[in-house]
Design a protein around this ligand. Structure first.
Ligand code: CP3
Length: 343
């Protein structure tokens, strides 16, 4: 592949500016996506390799970002464990939640063939994408995946039944985590085999549990998934959103890059994670709900940071929100691309 700013940075090479891409860049911020949504349902697009490939590539032309992320969802893993998923109404939901199932281990049935259309989408994206634009594959973190499976839906995002279950029924929950881990490893390996250039693990709800619990129950699974991908020569990014002081468990032994949420100061984070790891983040997406002037003000901090810190990928503290105007996102991309980073 010709020079890619994104991959060079992940490999620790100094580039003339930081690469830029956004979580949730392939979605409702783009008018081109919304036009497609008038014709197709979200799941319909996700399940159709041709449409998924098309949406994956929209942010390259529409926003000018330096990397593509596969258009899919983390909830394909519960689907591949036999759970029936729908995206009707407000957000995702499962027909039957694990909290309502007596014998969870017999309820979950591995159906890895349900992931095959995603590998086909990767093949098509590889054929269609510009050579210097890498493709990021992904999967949900074990806790985040478990939260949706156990609760069945995501209203309020506080998953009220999950924590009591983690305390009460640890042995059985660990079995579910093992099942999630095994199929996630299989999924990640196949994404690599089909040619993804990097892999991000989205642990969006890391902040839901005490750090010690995360370390004991979930971190071993994260290690297994990321180490499998790394051993195949593909760079890994970990997003442990809301991990707080638990950030000191993340270092270069675990992954190549850590994606920082908006809580942690980007200029402080090196103290906790060591020198070798690449940083990604952490512009607050809510700034993009304001005006170009406010965006300019907040960007200054990042410009100063990027003059000192070369091992860094520009991204947000979490995903783009549907209410953000596309013009503000383009404005931010142009700031990253046209500023003097003094490198
Ligand atoms: O980042 C990208 O552009 C790539 C595609 C992607 C989607 N979801 C598409 C999507 C990725 C990487 C995800 C990850 C994901 N999905 C996470 C982890 C990261 C995060 O953002 O927290 C989680 C928790 C989910 C589960 C999920 N999917 C929820 C809670 C929702 C509903 C809320 C919402 O934003 O609508 C979705 C739907 C979803 N996933 C959409 C997209 C583009 C919106 C679909 C639509 O209505 O058109």
């Amino acid at each position: 592949m010709p020079q890619s700013l994104f991959l060079d940075t992940l490999q620790g090479k100094t580039t003339h500016r930081p690469p830029v891409w956004f979580m949730r860049q392939a979605g409702r911020v783009l008018p081109s996506y919304m036009r497609m949504r008038e014709e197709y349902g979200f799941k319909e697009m996700m399940d159709n390799p041709e449409l998924a490939a098309k949406v994956t590539l929209l942010p390259i032309s529409d926003l000018g970002v330096d990397a593509a992320i596969l258009f899919s969802d983390i909830l394909v893993i519960p689907e591949a464990l036999g759970m029936e998923l729908s995206f009707e109404g407000k957000g995702p939901s499962f027909k039957t939640a694990l909290k309502d199932v007596q014998d969870i281990n017999n309820f979950l049935v591995e159906s890895p063939e349900k992931l095959h259309h995603i590998y086909k989408a990767i093949d098509l994206i590889k054929e269609q994408k510009p050579n210097n634009i890498p493709l990021i594959g992904f999967c949900g973190g074990p806790l985040t995946t478990l939260c949706y499976m156990y609760q069945g839906f995501s209203q309020n995002l506080n998953f009220p039944d999950v924590l009591p279950a983690l305390y009460r029924d640890k042995k059985n929950v660990m079995k579910v985590i093992d099942r999630i881990t095994e199929i996630s490893i299989e999924y990640a390996k196949n994404q690599v085999a089909h040619g993804i250039d990097a892999f991000q693990l989205f642990e969006t709800h890391a902040g839901l549990v005490p750090t010690e619990m995360y370390k004991e129950m979930f971190l071993p699974s994260v290690k297994k998934i990321l180490q499998t991908v790394r051993s195949l020569g593909t760079k890994t990014i970990f997003l442990p959103k809301g991990i707080g002081t638990g950030i000191d468990m993340v270092n270069y032994d675990l992954c190549d890059c850590i994606s920082i949420d908006w809580q942690t100061s980007i200029s402080e984070v090196r103290k906790y994670v060591g020198d070798e790891i690449t940083l990604q983040g952490n512009f607050d997406p809510r700034i993009l709900q304001t005006t170009p002037e406010v965006i300019d003000q907040h960007f200054k901090t990042y410009l100063d940071f990027g003059k000192k810190e070369k091992n860094w990928i520009f991204n947000l503290g979490h995903g783009l929100l549907p209410s953000i105007p596309e013009s503000n996102v383009k404005h931010l991309v142009n700031l990253v691309k046209n500023s003097d980073w003094n490198r």
